[in-house]
Write a protein that binds this ligand. Structure first.
Ligand code: BG6
Length: 516
């Protein structure tokens, strides 16, 4: 199934050919600035903002069964991101416990107010996800839940009335929980047809309204965190790698079929893949460390190799062999993947890590999906995520060199414990610094020749954390008055970064200065 034949690259992607030939749109150097039409905005996910988890016919999602765990009891990242059968059973019966993603920030009832604030900042684009169980409560129904669709009709119309382009993620870290109980999530190929049915409903409903789509959020997460990324319970299972690679293959197939459907339904639709791009540097210049870093980077990038080029790269065979993985594919899969590649490549970027084969290096650097070694040249956030704006430029240059299709930074931001002052101000100077430095590096990457479509800062309004389900870690330009236990008025407040980002957008990225 692997191939070294590059002649198939983008051969079915009329959109990317169109965009790539119009490179001036994304690379034109406006005196070293951002191109005209650059899409500035923000991003959220349904399960982290909506709340209303049992309203409007919505079914329970995998996010609704994740219970809050106080920091001192959190254990390993692996434990935090997985669930046991016992925990799932308990969650399904528990109506009183602290399940933060059930309440989100009540975007479901406050979307108008929130979108008005995004519009005030001048957003050109808003990235959000649709909750699969709001549309198909159990996942395997044949007809969608009309009330769920009506909610998204209203959100999309509200965005369009403010001239904000919707960018929709079809699956962002949640699925109907029944698909876990019946099929163990994406471990089963049965999910492919259900996902495609769901995607087709969306393409038909939002044809002419939604132009930009992403199929799966951070698709490479399935390998690192199978429950979060693919609804898989791994408790008591042997060879988790086999299960995860197989699940990922099912997601690749589902993504390709969705792309095929989108092109048939709406010739204007533009579909991207989405990768968690955690950059890995060698800890030292020892060749062993360099090789190790290359392998770790390849292990993330192989997902985009499949989704952009249309085939598994040859190096993955070695990984499968070493990890005793035997992938089961249907005869049509190869053609399907090759003929239905994405139009653009989107990714999240928060941090970089280092790696080494030398066991003497033990200094641990934190992250939301995986950890690595500390880089002595970098500072870290309060949560131990290493801050590396230049790494964003490295990632952009590398990915553009590798694929030569338009890129989109759809997540980037700083999680911090902001303080609401008595005068209702929030002085988040640290966030402004973080964002300004990353935007500066995007500008440099564009000057380097990278085609960059846009930038949606993560958690543009404070939301529930994907990894820790806490509220204390905030990313937003807008403060939401709620704590980890759901206490607070849910009132929204503009942070200093709100005014700063407004100016960034107004000047199309020319003015990044912080006025104090
Ligand atoms: C990305 C996810 O990995 O990181 C988001 O796509 C998530 O859903 C974001 O919220 C930040 O991570 P966290 O764990 O701080 O919420």
């Amino acid at each position: 199934m692997t191939s070294n034949n590059n002649s198939n690259i983008n051969n079915n992607s009329n959109f990317s050919n169109e965009m790539s030939s119009d490179t001036s749109r994304y690379t034109r150097d406006n005196n070293g600035g951002f191109p005209e039409g650059f899409m500035w905005g923000g991003a959220v996910a349904a399960n982290q903002v909506e709340g209303a988890y049992n309203v409007g016919g919505k079914g329970l999602s995998t996010a609704d069964v994740v219970k809050y765990c106080p920091p001192e009891q959190r254990g390993s990242l692996e434990q935090l991101l997985s669930i046991t059968h016992g925990e799932l059973t308990q969650a399904l019966q528990d109506e009183e416990g602290n399940y933060p993603k059930r309440r989100g920030i009540d975007f479901y009832h406050r979307y108008k107010e929130d979108i008005a604030l995004f519009a005030e900042m001048g957003f050109k684009v808003f990235r959000f996800s649709i909750s699969w169980p709001r549309i198909f409560p159990n996942g395997d129904e044949l007809t969608p839940n009309e009330e769920g669709l009506r909610f998204y009709d209203a959100v999309i119309d509200e965005l369009l009335s403010h001239n904000i382009e919707p960018l929709v993620t079809i699956s962002h870290y949640e699925m109907p929980v029944q698909l876990v109980q019946k099929y163990n999530g994406w471990e089963s190929r049965e999910l492919v047809s259900m996902f495609v049915r769901y995607a087709e409903v969306l393409f038909n409903r939002y044809k002419g309204k939604v132009k930009y789509w992403l199929t799966f959020n951070e698709i490479n997460c399935t390998l690192k965190a199978p429950f979060l990324g693919a609804g898989i319970i791994t408790e008591g299972r042997d060879n988790v790698k086999q299960i995860a690679f197989q699940a990922l293959h099912h997601q690749f197939v589902a993504s390709s079929l969705a792309i095929k459907a989108a092109r048939e339904i709406d010739s204007e639709a533009k579909i991207g893949c989405m990768l968690a791009r955690r950059l890995v540097y060698p800890y030292s210049c020892r060749p062993e460390d360099v090789l190790q870093a290359q392998t770790e980077n390849q292990m993330a990038q192989f997902c985009t190799d499949v989704q952009v080029r249309g085939y598994y790269p040859s190096f993955i065979q070695r990984q499968w062999r070493d990890q005793q993985v035997t992938l089961v594919m249907e005869p049509e899969d190869e053609t399907l993947l090759r003929e239905n590649v994405v139009d653009f490549l989107s990714f999240s970027y928060y941090m970089s890590m280092t790696t080494s084969t030398d066991p003497a290096h033990t200094s641990k650097a934190e992250g939301n999906l995986s950890t690595g070694l500390k880089n002595p040249h970098l500072e870290a956030s309060e949560w131990g995520w290493q801050i590396d704006p230049i790494g964003l430029r490295v990632a952009l240059r590398e990915m553009y060199d590798r694929y030569q299709i338009p890129l989109f930074v759809v997540e980037n931001g700083l999680g911090a414990a902001d303080v609401l002052e008595e005068d209702e101000a929030i002085h988040d100077h640290y966030r402004i610094q973080y964002l300004a430095k990353h935007i500066e590096q995007m500008r440099e990457a564009i000057a380097d020749g990278v085609e960059l479509m846009g930038y949606t800062s993560w958690g543009c309004i404070d939301l529930i954390s994907a990894s820790t389900s806490e509220m204390r870690k905030r990313y937003g330009f807008i403060y939401v008055d709620q704590d980890d236990h759901g206490q607070g008025t849910l009132a929204r407040y503009r942070k200093d970064s709100f005014h700063w980002y407004k100016k960034v957008i107004e000047t199309n990225g020319a003015d990044l200065a912080e006025k104090i």
